[in-house]
Design a protein around this ligand. Structure first.
Ligand SMILES: NC(=O)c1ccc[n+]([C@@H]2O[C@H](COP(=O)([O-])OP(=O)(O)OC[C@H]3O[C@@H](n4cnc5c(N)ncnc54)[C@H](O)[C@@H]3O)[C@@H](O)[C@H]2O)c1
Length: 267
């Protein structure tokens, strides 16, 4: 059996309707896990879950705004109900709003922090409650928070997003400490993806042009590639491989860590 085999594991992926979250859901299922995806996009989320079902694992979709605590209660209960357990949370849902500091918009920053930081904090809280020995799932587990290369570099026009993803980094470390101290049996790690041309990544490249940091989208992308020793943008599969690894027993002694998956851009 592969050390990356996730047979018998039950996972919840937030923001799983599209993009990286969709890729994480498929990769986890292909490694043998049963996977519920959650999102605010109900129609797309259901379509993605229907396609995911063809992998052959148990799956489902639940409406879930990660900023709403009742939605977390419902998403976790639905996961346990549909899959019979809850072992892996991929705290993936996030947004990015580009802007130079001279155009600082408090509402944009509050929205990013609400989803990227409060949303992930609620995820940790409800994963601990469900996975710890006294919880309804009760057999420990793994939380994987999706941070960003933006937490490890100083890219102009990304101050708010970088700040929110840096908060995810520290949230991850503190969560791992608390899990250890209180015996929840949950490993907590994060990944720092590099730029991936999902809907978010593609829009970001355009926004870099809009704020005057590159003349064309092609030049904006080339700028990222030139800063990346691996010489290309990231792909969804690159990020998904790291998530499967962290979810698996191959990573059983990796805890409170952040893994760059950025081709070296953030070193
Ligand atoms: N694409 C990149 O280049 C890149 C790089 C580094 C980190 N990330 C991070 O990866 C994660 C996924 O990004 P992506 O590129 O797939 O973005 P995306 O915009 O393609 O997908 C994000 C998903 O999150 C969902 N979502 C948004 N707000 C939500 C909320 N309040 N509650 C629940 N779901 C919500 C959206 O509906 C969407 O399905 C994000 O946390 C992002 O910050 C992305």
């Amino acid at each position: 059996m592969s050390r990356f085999d996730l047979s018998g594991k039950s996972a919840l992926v937030t923001g799983g309707a599209q993009g990286l979250g969709e890729g994480f859901a498929f990769a986890l299922a292909e490694a043998g896990a049963d996977v519920v995806i959650s999102d605010i996009q109900d129609d797309l989320g259901k379509q993605t879950a229907n396609r995911l079902a063809k992998v052959g694992q148990r799956t489902g979709f639940v409406h879930h705004d990660v900023t709403v605590e009742d939605d977390w209660r419902n998403a976790v209960a639905t996961t346990i109900d549909l899959l019979g357990g809850f072992d892996v949370l991929v705290n993936n849902a996030g947004i990015e709003i580009t802007g130079l500091l001279t155009a600082f918009d408090p509402d944009d920053w509050r929205r990013m922090f609400d989803i990227n930081v409060v949303g992930m904090g609620l995820g940790v809280k409800h994963a601990f409650a469900a996975m710890s020995p006294s919880g309804p799932a009760g057999s420990g587990g793994v939380v994987i928070n999706v941070s960003s290369v933006a937490a490890t570099i100083a890219h102009p026009a990304l101050a708010g997003y970088s700040a929110s993803k840096s908060a995810v980094d520290r949230l991850t470390r503190v969560a791992a400490r608390e899990s250890g101290i209180f015996g929840y049996g949950v490993r907590v790690n994060c990944i720092y993806p590099g730029l991936v041309p999902t809907e978010m990544g593609t829009r970001l490249a355009g926004d870099i042009v809009t704020v005057g940091l590159a003349e064309t989208v092609e030049l904006a992308v080339r700028g990222v590639v030139e800063q990346t020793p691996s010489g290309r943008l990231g792909e969804v599969a690159d990020m998904a491989s790291a998530v499967v690894f962290l979810a698996s027993d191959a990573a059983q002694f990796i805890n409170g860590a952040g893994i760059p998956v950025d081709g070296g851009m953030g070193m």
